[in-house]
Design a protein around this ligand. Structure first.
Ligand code: KIV
Ligand code: ZN
Length: 527
């Protein structure tokens, strides 16, 4: 069998460390199910010791997605017995569990963060890897900040980890500092200098602080890396992680260039990864909607402009021959033409069938809710496209249990009127409260009215509206982020009325904030 590049998705662990991207267990499960359809080899589902919520999410994903035919389910653990045993416990339901344990190896981390010596690390690593191996067969070890570690010390640590049973050794560029040539040389150095390296898969992990993460990984592949740790849409700490869709499409589109590095002939058509390319776009949308982290329009592969040709010269060229300006087809990542599929008279069966064709598998309850939304939309919008369906379903599936529930909203505005909003909200105590406010515009008025009822001080730091399709009757998707001293919280909603969508997005973020304040969780971030 031809060697492949393994795709290790860490959207639910490192990706979730994006400020404001917190996901609940149900949302994580939805993403994990979609990642399985996408064909990732390993899902890093979370950091079980960090919070009861993370533990529950890893356990649920292990149970539902970690089936015999499903991907490997991995959990992160610091190199301590408590972290590792909690991780193993959460992973128990998975058919193929993996513990990913890490400890820093750079001098700057040893001296200032861990207050440990190199000798301490050389003692801890084999002990903890062996402990993890006593609990599961598949153990990954990461020397955190490997990119800034002394290579000679790194070789010793990796050798000890492999001797103790690590089956994958992951090389993280934790702070996004390294350049492609340096990363390639580091991987080559590891291959040449770690005597037992043939007993482990070499993996890479990297952040995009200098915009080089994807280029670094591709250079690492050329030098022997066979597992890539990445996230959907490149979300993650600070500037994010290497983007899965960019890596996979680079390896696909430029396969003739990469094939020889895997010992294949340049013309080999055997895919370099196990990714089902057609699921890329849908996965990107799901992650953007559930995390509230929008994709910038010019983002490679999944940005809304990634396949758009604006200049007349380009349009003319593409019409004459597609490949003049297009190196890949939009259809290859699952972007269908904006087909009109359903309308007002379509029944529940047709609706469900189309959703299944689009890859959405809803429970009876979710289907009922989504169908009500569909009918409501069909009353307002004559033609309903695949994009609209995806927006409705994503919107419905990401509904949190609501502590505060928006019951009614009414707004009056105009060029000679004072924008005024009235809202009725059901509180967690079951009280129905109505209040009103004026604002500089209708959205401002709505947010002020909501604030009079839901009294949790916060600052709106991001507000964006995107149209799902073209046309005056299009659904509008609103994404917002609010800041509170406890963190940043995202909200998202779709509606043909953008004021209603704005209000619902704000309620979504406020409910997240409310639950974060009322639930006690141990914050234990790792980059
Ligand atoms: O960036 C990093 O070093 C990490 C490790 C935990 C792998 O995320
Ligand atoms: Zn990381």
């Amino acid at each position: 069998m031809a060697e492949k590049i393994l795709i290790f998705d860490t959207t639910l662990r490192d990706g979730e460390q994006t400020p404001g991207a917190t996901l609940n267990v149900e949302q994580k499960l939805l993403i994990a199910q979609q990642l399985a359809r996408l064909g990732v080899d390993i899902i890093e589902a979370g950091f079980p010791f960090s919070s009861p919520g993370d533990f529950a999410a890893v356990q649920e994903i292990a149970r539902v997605v970690g089936t015999a035919s499903g991907p490997i389910i991995c959990g992160l653990a610091r190199a301590t017995k408590q972290d590792i045993s909690t991780c193993a416990e959460a992973l128990k339901p998975a058919h193929r569990p993996r513990i990913h344990t890490f400890i820093a190896t750079s001098d700057i981390h040893l001296e200032h963060k861990l207050k440990k010596s190199r000798a301490d690390i050389l003692q801890i690593v084999p002990e903890m890897v062996a402990y993890a191996r006593s609990l599961v067969d598949d153990v990954e070890f990461s020397p955190e900040d490997a990119g800034r570690s002394d290579p000679e010390f790194l070789y010793q640590v990796l050798e000890a980890a492999i001797a103790a049973g690590a089956t994958t050794v992951n090389i993280p560029d934790t702070v996004g500092y390294i350049t492609p040539a340096e990363f390639g040389a580091l991987i080559k150095g590891i291959k040449d200098n770690v005597p037992n390296i043939d007993r482990a898969v070499i993996s890479v992990h990297g952040h995009d602080d200098l915009g080089m993460a994807v280029a670094n990984f591709l250079e690492a592949v050329k030098n022997g890396a066979r597992q890539l740790e990445c996230t959907i849409n490149g979300i993650g700490e600070r500037a994010g992680n290497a983007a899965l869709e960019e890596l996979v499409m680079a390896l696909h589109v430029r396969r003739q260039y990469f094939n020889p590095f895997l010992g294949r002939s340049p013309d080999s058509e055997i895919p370099l990864t196990n990714i089902n390319l057609k699921e890329i776009y849908k996965t990107s949308r799901l992650v953007a909607n559930l995390t509230g982290i929008n994709v910038q329009p010019n983002k490679a592969i999944v940005g809304s402009n990634a396949f758009a040709h604006e200049s007349g010269i380009h349009q003319d060229g593409v019409l004459k021959h597609k490949r003049t300006y297009e190196i890949m087809d939009a259809e290859s990542i699952g972007l269908t033409s904006n087909q009109i599929v359903l309308g007002k008279l379509s029944g529940r069966n047709a609706f469900n069938t189309r959703l299944k064709e689009l890859g959405f598998h809803l429970t009876e309850q979710e289907l009922n809710r989504a169908f009500v939304r569909f009918k409501d939309l069909a009353d307002k919008k004559r033609e309903i496209s695949d994009w609209d369906l995806a927006a409705i379903v994503n919107d419905e599936m990401q509904q949190l249990p609501e502590a505060f529930k928006l019951e009614h909203i009414q707004v009056s505005c105009g060029d000679h009127a004072l924008p005024t909003a009235t809202v009725t909200i059901l509180t967690p105590e079951g009280q129905e409260l109505t209040d009103a406010a004026v604002g500089t515009g209708p959205v401002d008025a709505v947010y002020k009215a909501i604030n009079r009822v839901v009294d949790i001080p916060n600052q709106l730091i991001e507000f964006s509206v995107q149209s799902v399709t073209a046309g005056i009757d299009a659904l509008g998707e609103v994404t917002i982020r609010i800041k509170h001293e406890s963190g940043v919280y995202a909200g998202h909603a779709a509606n043909t009325d953008i004021i209603v969508a704005s209000a619902r997005a704000y309620m979504h973020a406020l409910n997240r904030l409310y639950f974060a304040l009322t639930k006690e969780e141990i914050a234990l971030p790792a980059s």
